[in-house]
Design a protein. Structure first.
Length: 143
Protein backbone atom coordinates (compact mmCIF):
# COMPACT_ATOMS: atom_id res chain seq x y z
CA UNK A 1 0.00 0.00 0.00
CA UNK A 2 2.79 2.35 0.84
CA UNK A 3 4.32 1.70 -2.51
CA UNK A 4 1.11 2.50 -4.24
CA UNK A 5 0.90 5.87 -2.53
CA UNK A 6 4.47 6.61 -3.44
CA UNK A 7 3.87 5.61 -6.97
CA UNK A 8 0.78 7.75 -7.20
CA UNK A 9 2.52 10.79 -5.81
CA UNK A 10 5.33 10.17 -8.26
CA UNK A 11 2.88 10.12 -11.10
CA UNK A 12 1.24 13.22 -9.73
CA UNK A 13 4.62 14.93 -9.67
CA UNK A 14 5.26 13.89 -13.22
CA UNK A 15 1.93 15.24 -14.34
CA UNK A 16 2.45 18.47 -12.48
CA UNK A 17 5.86 19.05 -14.01
CA UNK A 18 5.59 17.31 -17.33
CA UNK A 19 2.25 18.61 -18.41
CA UNK A 20 2.45 21.96 -16.77
CA UNK A 21 3.41 25.33 -18.05
CA UNK A 22 6.98 25.03 -16.79
CA UNK A 23 7.82 22.44 -19.42
CA UNK A 24 7.27 24.91 -22.17
CA UNK A 25 10.11 27.12 -23.11
CA UNK A 26 9.32 30.57 -21.88
CA UNK A 27 7.53 32.28 -24.64
CA UNK A 28 9.31 35.25 -26.01
CA UNK A 29 7.24 38.36 -25.69
CA UNK A 30 5.50 38.89 -28.97
CA UNK A 31 7.80 40.95 -31.10
CA UNK A 32 5.94 43.90 -32.39
CA UNK A 33 5.25 43.06 -35.96
CA UNK A 34 6.78 45.83 -37.95
CA UNK A 35 4.16 47.25 -40.19
CA UNK A 36 4.70 45.71 -43.53
CA UNK A 37 6.01 48.36 -45.86
CA UNK A 38 3.26 49.46 -48.12
CA UNK A 39 3.84 48.42 -51.67
CA UNK A 40 5.20 51.35 -53.55
CA UNK A 41 2.65 53.20 -55.58
CA UNK A 42 2.65 51.72 -59.02
CA UNK A 43 4.52 54.03 -61.35
CA UNK A 44 2.17 56.14 -63.39
CA UNK A 45 1.30 54.56 -66.66
CA UNK A 46 3.83 55.65 -69.23
CA UNK A 47 2.55 58.79 -70.77
CA UNK A 48 1.69 58.63 -74.39
CA UNK A 49 4.86 59.51 -76.23
CA UNK A 50 4.58 63.20 -76.68
CA UNK A 51 4.12 63.96 -80.31
CA UNK A 52 6.99 65.95 -81.70
CA UNK A 53 5.90 69.55 -81.83
CA UNK A 54 7.77 71.02 -84.77
CA UNK A 55 6.47 74.53 -84.16
CA UNK A 56 7.49 74.57 -80.50
CA UNK A 57 10.84 72.99 -81.32
CA UNK A 58 11.48 75.51 -84.06
CA UNK A 59 10.71 78.26 -81.56
CA UNK A 60 13.09 76.85 -78.99
CA UNK A 61 15.93 75.60 -81.14
CA UNK A 62 15.85 77.56 -84.38
CA UNK A 63 14.06 80.69 -83.24
CA UNK A 64 17.15 82.05 -81.52
CA UNK A 65 18.57 82.77 -84.93
CA UNK A 66 15.70 82.50 -87.39
CA UNK A 67 13.07 84.19 -85.21
CA UNK A 68 9.76 82.63 -84.19
CA UNK A 69 8.25 83.65 -87.53
CA UNK A 70 11.28 82.51 -89.50
CA UNK A 71 12.09 86.05 -90.54
CA UNK A 72 15.75 85.69 -89.70
CA UNK A 73 15.40 88.12 -86.83
CA UNK A 74 16.05 85.94 -83.78
CA UNK A 75 17.91 87.39 -80.81
CA UNK A 76 21.19 85.88 -82.00
CA UNK A 77 20.76 87.04 -85.59
CA UNK A 78 22.42 90.43 -85.09
CA UNK A 79 25.78 88.79 -84.43
CA UNK A 80 25.66 86.54 -87.46
CA UNK A 81 27.14 87.12 -90.86
CA UNK A 82 25.65 85.97 -93.14
CA UNK A 83 22.29 86.49 -91.48
CA UNK A 84 20.06 83.50 -90.80
CA UNK A 85 17.84 82.77 -93.74
CA UNK A 86 14.56 84.68 -93.77
CA UNK A 87 11.97 82.13 -94.78
CA UNK A 88 9.36 84.69 -95.74
CA UNK A 89 11.48 86.01 -98.59
CA UNK A 90 10.19 84.82 -102.00
CA UNK A 91 13.75 85.11 -103.33
CA UNK A 92 14.85 82.45 -100.90
CA UNK A 93 12.38 79.94 -102.29
CA UNK A 94 13.39 80.41 -105.91
CA UNK A 95 16.28 78.05 -105.39
CA UNK A 96 15.07 75.83 -102.56
CA UNK A 97 12.56 73.05 -102.05
CA UNK A 98 11.54 70.91 -99.09
CA UNK A 99 14.17 68.24 -99.81
CA UNK A 100 16.85 70.93 -99.69
CA UNK A 101 15.48 72.25 -96.38
CA UNK A 102 15.62 68.78 -94.88
CA UNK A 103 19.20 68.36 -96.01
CA UNK A 104 20.22 71.70 -94.48
CA UNK A 105 18.61 70.86 -91.17
CA UNK A 106 20.14 67.41 -91.05
CA UNK A 107 23.60 68.16 -92.43
CA UNK A 108 24.02 71.84 -91.72
CA UNK A 109 24.66 74.92 -93.82
CA UNK A 110 28.13 73.80 -94.80
CA UNK A 111 26.68 70.75 -96.57
CA UNK A 112 24.93 73.01 -99.08
CA UNK A 113 27.70 75.58 -99.42
CA UNK A 114 26.22 77.86 -96.77
CA UNK A 115 27.45 79.20 -93.47
CA UNK A 116 28.51 76.62 -90.89
CA UNK A 117 26.74 78.83 -88.35
CA UNK A 118 23.73 76.89 -89.55
CA UNK A 119 24.61 73.76 -87.59
CA UNK A 120 23.74 70.18 -88.55
CA UNK A 121 20.87 68.81 -86.47
CA UNK A 122 21.06 65.19 -87.64
CA UNK A 123 22.36 64.04 -84.26
CA UNK A 124 19.66 65.84 -82.33
CA UNK A 125 16.60 64.98 -84.40
CA UNK A 126 15.61 61.83 -86.23
CA UNK A 127 14.52 61.91 -89.86
CA UNK A 128 10.87 62.11 -88.94
CA UNK A 129 11.47 65.11 -86.69
CA UNK A 130 13.63 66.77 -89.32
CA UNK A 131 10.87 66.24 -91.87
CA UNK A 132 8.44 67.86 -89.43
CA UNK A 133 10.80 70.79 -88.91
CA UNK A 134 11.23 71.17 -92.67
CA UNK A 135 7.45 71.09 -93.10
CA UNK A 136 7.23 73.84 -90.49
CA UNK A 137 9.82 75.92 -92.35
CA UNK A 138 7.69 75.45 -95.48
CA UNK A 139 4.78 77.16 -93.72
CA UNK A 140 6.78 80.41 -93.85
CA UNK A 141 7.01 80.24 -97.64
CA UNK A 142 4.90 83.01 -99.13
CA UNK A 143 2.09 81.51 -101.18
C1 LIG B 1 23.07 79.69 -84.44
C2 LIG B 1 22.05 80.26 -85.27
C3 LIG B 1 21.15 79.29 -86.03
C4 LIG B 1 20.32 78.35 -85.52
C5 LIG B 1 20.09 77.99 -84.08
C6 LIG B 1 19.66 77.75 -86.65
N1 LIG B 1 20.07 78.31 -87.80
FE1 LIG B 1 19.39 77.87 -89.66
N2 LIG B 1 20.66 79.24 -90.42
C7 LIG B 1 21.53 80.04 -89.70
C8 LIG B 1 22.28 80.87 -90.60
C9 LIG B 1 23.33 81.90 -90.20
C10 LIG B 1 21.84 80.56 -91.89
C11 LIG B 1 22.28 81.20 -93.19
C12 LIG B 1 23.41 80.42 -93.79
C13 LIG B 1 23.87 81.12 -95.03
O1 LIG B 1 23.09 81.84 -95.66
O2 LIG B 1 25.06 80.93 -95.38
C14 LIG B 1 20.83 79.53 -91.74
C15 LIG B 1 20.15 78.94 -92.80
C16 LIG B 1 19.13 78.03 -92.67
C17 LIG B 1 18.39 77.49 -93.77
C18 LIG B 1 18.55 77.84 -95.24
C19 LIG B 1 19.77 77.27 -95.86
C20 LIG B 1 19.88 77.77 -97.28
O3 LIG B 1 19.64 76.97 -98.18
O4 LIG B 1 20.20 78.93 -97.46
C21 LIG B 1 17.45 76.65 -93.23
C22 LIG B 1 16.41 75.84 -94.00
C23 LIG B 1 17.64 76.67 -91.82
N3 LIG B 1 18.68 77.52 -91.51
C24 LIG B 1 16.87 75.96 -90.94
C25 LIG B 1 17.09 75.93 -89.57
C26 LIG B 1 16.33 75.13 -88.65
C27 LIG B 1 15.13 74.29 -89.03
C28 LIG B 1 16.88 75.32 -87.44
C29 LIG B 1 16.49 74.66 -86.13
C30 LIG B 1 16.49 73.21 -86.11
C31 LIG B 1 17.95 76.27 -87.57
N4 LIG B 1 18.06 76.60 -88.87
C32 LIG B 1 18.71 76.73 -86.53
C33 LIG B 1 21.65 80.07 -88.35
C34 LIG B 1 20.99 79.27 -87.47
Amino acid sequence: MRNVVLALSFVATLVACGGGEQAKAPEAPPTPVAEAPKPAEPPPAPAEPVAFDAKATFGQVCGTCHGLEGKGDGVAAAGLNPKPAAFGDPEFWKTRDEAHIKKVIKEGGAAVGKSPMMAPYGAQFNDEQIAALAAHVMTFKPQ
